[in-house]
Design a protein around this ligand. Structure first.
Ligand code: MN
Length: 243
């Protein structure tokens, strides 16, 4: 039995549709997991039941996280959030942490996890953190555009055994202050936290870059998916009722 990874659905509110980038699913699959795209729901009973089907949860990229989550008012015209996603993902994260279900956040996933756990975000990087570093690259998205420093004595350093990593970058927001339960694992040259984890949890990792685009060409991206799926597989030995 492969570990089942619940994948947060991508939401296109304009077209009133849910959708998915295949890279999220393939990244999980090539790491030995079975991806399961979740429906968009804010019903807590449904979420609880859905999480019972999952050994891990992937928080995908997408819309900006609403500044309401960190008690700031929105910079006018610069933030495009998606309330149902914010609500669903906040609730799902709280349940996953309570139940010890491994979590991987990608891009918005990092931002959502940080905001939900008490951190804050730059709402708009060009306005609030201008920099020479390209954080919103042009396609192709599997090409790295900036380095990150991998911080020593972090699980990411232990996994990759490197001090620097070249990453792709396609983000509009970023961590401003890190949530108290999180620790940084990687920094961009202009000082942004590009990866974080929650010490003391089975596996709560999040990266600002996009392994779902780069896994076919980048061993580090594949290693991150593999670490996540392996952690999800290890949780399976704990009976559901014990979680
Ligand atoms: Mn970046």
């Amino acid at each position: 039995m492969k570990p089942v990874i619940g994948v947060m659905p991508l939401v296109d509110e304009e077209r009133q549709s849910l959708w998915m980038l295949p890279g999220y699913l393939e990244g999980i699959r090539q790491a030995g997991g079975l991806p399961l795209i979740l429906p968009l729901t804010t019903d807590l009973d449904e979420l609880e039941q859905l999480l019972g089907l999952c050994d891990g949860l992937l928080f995908t990229g997408g819309q900006d996280v609403s500044p309401a989550l960190y008690h700031e008012s929105e910079l006018e015209g610069l933030v495009q959030s998606c309330t149902p996603r914010d609500r669903m993902e906040q609730a799902a994260l709280a349940m996953a942490l309570r139940q010890g279900i491994p979590v991987l956040g990608i891009c918005r996933g990092l931002q959502l996890i940080n905001a939900a756990l008490g951190g804050t975000l730059y709402q708009d990087l060009p306005a609030q953190h201008p920099s020479e570093i390209v954080h919103k690259q042009q396609p192709p998205y599997d090409v790295p555009v900036h380095p990150v420093q991998v911080l020593k004595a972090t699980p990411l350093a232990a996994l990759l055994q490197v001090e620097n990593l070249q990453v792709n970058s396609y983000h509009h927001q970023a961590v401003k202050t890190l949530a108290p339960p999180l620790q940084p694992m990687a920094l961009s040259p202009d000082g942004l936290i590009e990866a974080a984890y929650a010490p003391g949890k089975p596996f709560v990792w999040a990266v600002q870059w996009h392994p779902e685009f780069s896994y076919p060409v980048d061993p580090a991206s594949r290693a991150i998916f593999a670490a996540f799926v392996t952690a999800a597989g290890n949780v399976r030995v704990i009976p559901l009722a014990m979680r």
